[in-house]
Design a protein around this ligand. Sequence first.
Ligand code: HEC
Ligand code: HEC
Ligand code: HEC
Ligand code: HEC
Length: 188
Amino acid sequence: MNNKGERTRWQRLWSWLKRPLALGIPIGVFLMVMGAASFQGMMVASNQNAFCFSCHLKMDTIVQEYKASSHYGDGETIPATCSDCHVPHPFVDKMIVKTIALKDVYHMMVGTITEENFEEHRPAMAENVWKDFKKNDSANCRECHQGENFDLAKQPQRARLNHEKIAARGETCIDCHQGLTHKRIVIR
Ligand code: HEC
Ligand code: HEC
Ligand code: HEC
Ligand code: HEC
């Protein structure tokens, strides 16, 4: 009787311990797989214009300016999305940018940038972006504007004459093409 009760207690304890093992491992694996899958999904979804619009429409005039620019095209076949220009392509860089962008979520929640004070914050933000483009030699511009799509021989003279000297002068796209998608900002 006593012995039996003892065994049941151990059995109960064991079956209690066993549950997380038996259920926990497959659940853990399942979550890891789902996590990896939805992580991939998140990376894609967060690259869509709608995602960028969701915050920037509420805090600045960036979206309206983009919509009026050549890179928005007619809005049907969009030449370049926000992330085509702003999210780097190699995976590690992408992760760094996405992690830094978490600070944007914070600023959004505390309302640091508003339509009212955006113009005050704007020059500093533009400088951050220019710095990134200079550091990677405008990699995202070159992702599209290369080879066939950057054929100097087919460009109007003014463009060609400027582009021919880029390498020799150590210039990069945004040294000349500023304010292409957004309002032009002149610093100092
Ligand atoms: C959760 C809201 C939110 C979303 C979504 C969002 N942003 Fe922002 N973004 C902000 C805020 C707030 C700032 C200004 C504060 C800051 O610089 O951190 C900002 C700043 C920026 C800047 C200036 C960066 C700098 O270094 O100063 C760029 C470029 C930018 N966003 C691009 C994007 C792009 C591209 C997307 C879509 C992939 C996007 N944002 C989606 C809230 C958001
Ligand atoms: C996702 C591809 C893509 C990216 C990224 C991209 N472009 Fe373009 N760009 C295009 C296409 C397509 C056109 C032609 C649009 C049209 O006029 O129909 C174009 C047009 C242009 C033009 C001529 C139209 C104008 O407004 O003067 C310039 C200049 C230009 N891009 C510079 C840049 C620079 C600088 C960058 C980086 C900051 C960049 N592009 C990033 C695809 C891209
Ligand atoms: C030294 C300054 C300078 C640099 C650097 C520069 N461009 Fe240009 N680009 C120009 C000028 C000037 C034009 C002609 C604009 C005009 O006539 O309105 C032009 C025109 C263009 C056009 C339109 C060409 C067409 O067929 O009409 C594209 C696209 C373009 N640039 C992309 C780029 C890209 C991508 C880079 C970086 C690889 C770059 N540019 C670097 C000065 C520059
Ligand atoms: C063709 C490339 C291109 C596209 C498309 C683009 N940007 Fe930019 N963005 C730039 C460049 C280059 C700068 C640096 C300032 C400048 O030259 O206008 C910039 C600057 C910014 C800034 C800093 C504030 C400012 O005015 O400089 C924010 C915020 C920003 N972009 C967000 C976005 C969002 C959100 C979208 C989509 C609605 C977008 N950008 C689309 C190239 C692009």
